[in-house]
Write a protein that binds this ligand. Structure first.
Ligand code: SAM
Length: 266
């Protein structure tokens, strides 16, 4: 049975060093926050949002410091690792006044979501978290996410999705490894080796997530109406490599509400 490829040792303790390999890291977090805030603005009530896999808190920070966030959201940050929760609490402290309430749950999402009522959450967002899990665990999490989301709710999934075109995927992997060379420049061979091994494991076929209709089908087979890839531009190579965003809509009504908010006509 495939095991999850979870963060360990220096990967968890010094997670923020990982960012040195990704020059677009802040833009990626910001794009996830844009989608969360855009959705929040369309709700006529204080929304309940969840960060699945808060890590050191960068995605939640991008949401809380977003200039478009005009309502006081209720934010729940979920992570099973106390080492990461501790770092997130420290990082998010200066932004607590941007929310009605921020709370931290030290549990696995697949254990926490079943404790929530149906139709009780407006947005679940998750960055760089679910690719660490085998498809069976991901499916359980998608199913629970769709159960707890409101009818108009969305799941914003920013994660590592490999290209299905072998030449493009080879380029993505090469660029990623080149990015990690910065860790050698600052004398952190230990962290470099950790991330190379970790990423090569993520890329094995039993864990790898892909930018493909297989991924959108997984979403739709788990109770969502559909999924749409966020456009990152026409750069060649793709400016964010494997890091891409998929938005999953709980219902058709929610899909059109969000798309209309983005200026599309039905
Ligand atoms: C790679 S970090 C990403 C953190 C953050 N979202 C970011 O983009 O910087 C993934 C985090 O998700 C947590 N995580 C992984 N699987 C999880 C699960 N099933 N439930 C809750 N947390 C999970 C890990 O402990 C880790 O802190």
């Amino acid at each position: 049975m495939t095991e999850s490829n979870e963060l360990k040792g220096v990967g968890a303790e010094e997670y923020d060093l990982n960012k040195l390999a990704f020059p677009y890291y802040d833009d990626f977090q910001r794009a996830i926050a844009d989608l969360v805030v855009q959705h929040d603005l369309q709700l006529d009530k204080r929304s309940k949002i969840i960060d699945l896999g808060v890590g050191t808190g960068d995605t939640s920070k991008a949401v809380l410091q977003h200039e478009g966030l005009t309502k006081l959201v209720n934010l729940t940050c979920v992570d099973f690792d106390p080492v990461l929760i501790k770092q997130a609490k420290r990082k998010l402290l200066p932004y607590q006044n941007r929310a009605n309430h921020v709370n931290f749950i030290c549990k696995r999402a697949e254990e926490y979501f079943p404790t929530l009522k149906e139709n009780s959450v407006d947005v679940i967002f998750s960055a760089l978290t679910l690719h660490n899990h085998p498809p069976g665990t991901r499916k359980r999490i998608y199913q629970e996410a769709s159960r707890v989301l409101n009818e108009e709710g969305i799941l914003v999934l920013g994660d590592k999705f490999a290209s299905r075109i072998p030449r493009d995927h080879l380029n993505e992997m090469t660029r990623m490894i080149m990015g990690y060379l910065h860790l050698l420049e600052i004398g952190r061979r230990d962290v470099f080796e950790y991330w190379i091994r970790h990423n090569l494991r993520d890329d094995q076929p039993d864990l790898q997530m892909t930018r493909s209709c297989r991924t959108t089908s997984e979403i739709m087979n788990s109770g969502f109406y559909g999924g749409a890839w966020f456009e990152t531009g026409d750069g060649d190579p793709n400016p964010w490599g494997m890091d891409q965003i998929l938005v999953a809509y709980k219902s058709q009504k929610g899909f059109w509400k969000v798309r209309r908010g983005m200026g599309e006509k039905k």
